[in-house]
Ligand binder design. Sequence first.
Ligand code: NAD
Length: 484
Amino acid sequence: MRAQPTASHFIDGAYVEDTAGAVIECVYAATGAVIARLHEATPALIDAALASAARAQADWAALAPVERGRVLHRAASLIRVRNRELSELETLDTGKPLQETLVADASSGADALEYFAGFAPTVTGQTIALGGDDFVYTLREPLGVCVGIGAWNYPTQIACWKAAPALAFGNAMVFKPSEVTPLCALKIAEIFIEAGAPPGLFNVVQGRGAVGAALVTDPRTDKVSLTGSVPTGRKVYAAAADGIRHVTMELGGKSPIVIFDDANLDDAVGAAMLGNFYSTGQICSNGTRVFVQKGIKARFLQRLRERTEAIVIGDPLEEATQMGPMVSADQLDKVTAYIAIGQSEGATLITGGTRLDQPGNYLRPTVFADVTDTMTIAREEIFGPVMAVLEFETEKEAIARANDTEFGLAAGVFTADLARAHRVVRRFQAGTCWINTYNLTPVQAPFGGSKLSGVGRENGHAALEHYTQVKSVYVGSGPVDAPY
Ligand code: NAD
């Protein structure tokens, strides 16, 4: 199987190659085969990408927002028409099953483009009365050149979630995909050109951390939006601070799901499974600490075990497959090391914990019970299909323990008592919360983290704050009252 792109990078409206850059091998997670060989961007290509973005941005920002929106709408339509092709590429890039990618990746990218295409023409400023004839009005202006840096779990969605608001509000973007999943963003760059975007408006450069760092520190960069881990977030945030650049940081999590005795058992089990096993557990907002109230715990674990052991794991290109391999051998090793730590620290392995005896990075969905708050698997982000079940007795206790983490990306509660549900989510220290459901992230809803999980928000009206800046204009109507 091959998925070799025309060239490694997409700059100024065209594919570009420079074999002087270090090799990036794209490995198909289901087989271990190399399906594409790309090169990291050289300094000359990084320079070309930023220069073309800066050139394209000025004219793009001068267009009527409704015209920018039309380009984004066309791109969204092209994505929908090509959903299968893009989904297959997403599966090759990540190993996620086609059953998921057909409904969750390109289509959510298209959702974002449509949403921000419609949003752009509605953006207005304020008029502020001062008394007398003078007044102030405000303008919402683009930031300029935005750098997007992606993680490997949702390469199409991340590229679109960053590009859609950036472009809609008049910015240009240079996007660096994760070196683990370099393929999908190139297709999005092609589609933008086909949709009528000017060359240079959305560029893709490949590379590891050093390429990302070069983009972040370049004086032409006005904003950086990173999706990645907390350690990378710390470095990128610090580097961006030197140039006083705007940032959005979408980082990791260790999110809680709190399930009360009165919850619908099958819904709670299903949501906990979705929030731990979808995308082979490689989702930032996963509810990896599942707090189950004492009275329901035995039944919860029994049902969870039955349903988990029925998950169809295997070839991600088979549409019946529900769970594919982990994205890389490195990630598999990292996750299996956490499983060993869980066992050595005394958690009870309910199911899973082992690899499939075949090529590819396959790991059985894993559930631990009797997990305590201090165990490593309850404190650190694992980023794989490993669920930790913890028992609690009272609401107050559950809230305190749910919040006892340095992360604050997401949280969920399951209960039939709606007053309690709202009370609990108000007390959760998390950027995104769910009541009686989990991990649904429609583009209308702002998404992002508190505490170490990040700063800024993607999606929803909140994205406007993070891809524009406000200019205040004081309009003087009388004589200038100068004392000299
Ligand atoms: P990572 O932090 O290793 O890498 C993220 C990106 O940053 C990659 O493109 C990488 O090349 C780049 N990078 C690394 N060092 C850099 C540097 N010094 N300067 C600039 N760029 C640099 O993360 P990952 O392993 O690709 O992804 C998994 C992590 O991402 C998890 O922690 C997960 O929770 C998080 N994530 C968060 C969200 C969210 O929206 N909050 C979504 C998906 C994934």
